[in-house]
Write a protein that binds this ligand. Structure first.
Ligand code: NAP
Length: 256
């Protein structure tokens, strides 16, 4: 699938895992890519180098998405560098496994601030900073990388689910408010994906700690890959997805 020539994407958390795969997939389709990272500078630079090898432009931007001023500075720099950003992928996130899955009452306010900061304030800051600018494009797209955690609201997933539910509410509201400006806003909700976050999560869940052993019991005989998530994002922002907005695609092999 090509068709993103001349478009410019900003991918939060583009240094690793799902964001890395999305950055590369959009570049393969012809888009220039602003790759955001928080800590993993060398990984982000590797992604940018792989993107440059595809013949499009990539630049890296260090910013903690939970910090409003960092987001505003990143957006201003990316617009200055690319002229226009017309695809925003709100992918950066922190899993509940990153804080050892406390219950709501066990969780400290620091833990709430960490997860709500990355998973909800991040998308809010990015949308507040970028949406007014994106209205200038004939077509623009925002994709929020949520989670099937918002289907189940499982115990010990509360801090994560609360952030992702808020992120989805942001998407569906913007879809209605911004359609008049040519903006499509959609949600992709992965199940378990084979990334650093996914590998940490399975150590805290029943079953094998080895992702390859989990393939046998996963839908279709394999655990979802970052590229499977990137493919759904690619479809949404492509010409084929031009009539889709206000939608949520769960990429979890059916999930039952
Ligand atoms: P990952 O392997 O842990 O990678 C997380 C990415 O987000 C990294 O690039 C990291 O950047 C970035 N990041 C984290 N906090 C950030 C912050 N405050 N500011 C900027 N960047 C930040 O995770 P992943 O599995 O690829 O997850 C990507 C998204 O998919 C997340 O939103 C996650 O909730 C969602 N998801 C994942 C799974 C799964 O099973 N893996 C399932 C459902 C949903 P640095 O490396 O620079 O710190």
């Amino acid at each position: 699938m090509s068709g993103l020539e001349g478009r410019n994407a900003l991918v939060t958390g583009g240094s690793r895992g799902i964001g890395r795969a999305i950055s590369l997939r959009l570049a393969e389709m012809g888009a220039n890519v602003a790759v955001n990272y928080a800590n993993s500078q060398s990984a982000a630079e590797e992604v940018a180098s792989e993107i440059a090898d595809l013949g499009v432009i990539a630049k890296t931007y260090k910013a903690d998405v939970s910090d409003r001023e960092s987001c505003e500075a990143m957006v201003a720099q990316a617009i200055s560098d690319f002229g226009q950003i017309d695809i925003l992928i709100n992918n950066a996130g922190i899993g509940s496994s990153g804080i050892d899955r406390p219950t709501v009452t066990e969780a400290t306010y620091d833990q709430f601030n960490l997860l709500i900061g990355a998973n909800l304030w991040g998308p809010i800051h990015m949308c507040k900073a970028l949406v007014p600018h994106m209205r200038d494009a004939a077509r623009s797209d925002i994709v929020m990388i949520s989670s099937v955690a918002t289907d189940s609201y499982s115990e010990r997933m509360g801090l994560y689910s609360i952030g992702k539910a808020g992120m989805e509410a942001l998407a569906y509201t913007l879809a209605k408010e911004e359609r008049v400006h040519g903006m499509r806003v959609n949600v992709v909700a992965p199940g378990l994906v084979d990334t650093d976050m996914g590998r940490k999560l399975i150590t805290l869940l029943p079953g094998s700690d080895d992702m390859r052993e989990r393939d046998a019991t996963a839908p279709f005989g394999f655990v979802c890959t970052p590229e499977d998530i990137a493919a759904a994002v690619a479809y949404l922002v492509s010409e084929d997805g031009r009539y889709l907005t206000n939608q949520r695609i769960a990429v979890n092999g059916g999930g039952f």
